[in-house]
Design a protein around this ligand. Sequence first.
Ligand code: HGY
Ligand code: MN
Ligand code: MN
Ligand code: MN
Length: 411
Amino acid sequence: MSNHSINVARLLGRLSELGAIGRDADGRLVRLAASDADREGRDRFVSWIEAAGLEVAVDRIGNIFGIWAPADVTDVQPLMLGSHIDTVIDAGIYDGCYGVLSGLEVIETLKESGFVPTRPIVVAAFTNEEGVRYAPDMMGSLVYAGGLDADAALATIGTDGSKLGDELRRIGYAGDRVPGFLKPHAYIELHIEQGPVLEREGVPLGAVGNLQGISWQRVTIEGDANHAGTTPISMRRDAGHAAARVVIFLRERAKAANTPTVATVGCMEFEPNAINVIPSRATFTVDLRDPDEERLNQEEAALARFLETLSDEEDVTITVERLARFQPVKFDERIVAAIEAAAEARTLPCRRVTSGAGHDAQMIARIAPTAMIFVPSMGGISHNPKESTADDDLIAGANVLLDVVRKMTEE
Ligand code: HGY
Ligand code: MN
Ligand code: MN
Ligand code: MN
């Protein structure tokens, strides 16, 4: 049984301190990538890295790294920990931040204990994991893993018309390091589950064996604006009605499929968006996910077929833009087993889980052996201010991460 422990007050204190940064006028937590709020959160995280005596590095896409490299191991591949500190709109305080702050906490605890690792240990805060302002999501780690060219990513135009590269420069996080400058020996991400499984089963820890595939598309339907009162139903080219039929199609199909497939229409805009005008245009997003690559392809094909039929039946024009497409990922069995062993050594129940959410680990798994640790989300709630995890679970997760990191860097 390991008797090492992280500094509980420091971790929990920083989680609430970071959680207070980026509140809007209504008190909602909104720390979108490369915004002023993101700058403030980044600055606070960097101040903690510096206070811990770590080297700070920032790469061209704004990924931040805190590097602990004792003298005689500087040229050895590092063990990397991390996640993200950008948030969705009206977010909780744990998504991403828990993994970044626990990674820093583990490094500080090991450093303070006089432990000398056989390889550098690095904590990363990846840029734009959420993808709310700039698509795709997991952008910083995708660039880091070589899945997206840095210049192409920096040229991305956001939902507010801003350019990511300009915004990173404006907030002072257009770094000079080449993305991928540190090739990790392994990557471990600690994260809240953001789903209901662990809580429902009364299990405090999840060893994440795999992560589902993600497909993001933006659909634009063009019809004709017309008078809401005078236009007979049979003469309408109603973009709003056509869009609503897509929402119903996706839900009915996912419900009838009896598979893990999930479908979400999270954003929708009508033009001209007036109570007495038939919408001429509807623009909306489709988020499809499935742990099975083949089934995810089939869901995308089924949606494409439905849109074809819809366009004829509703006499509208439909265009689709692909925003993101990530395959399902299987994590590294040895690290997953090490997580299970560390939980067992602390007599903490642990079970295998699939991640329904996308994570930076999905990208870093392209370049290094990777795994994740989950702790329960109360009510399975996330991407919502009610997102919460019991302190005991937060501490247990961080202590298991501490044990795995110690084990992987003492040999
Ligand atoms: O969309 C996701 O699953 C991640 O939170 N960006
Ligand atoms: Mn996250
Ligand atoms: Mn998230
Ligand atoms: Mn995520």
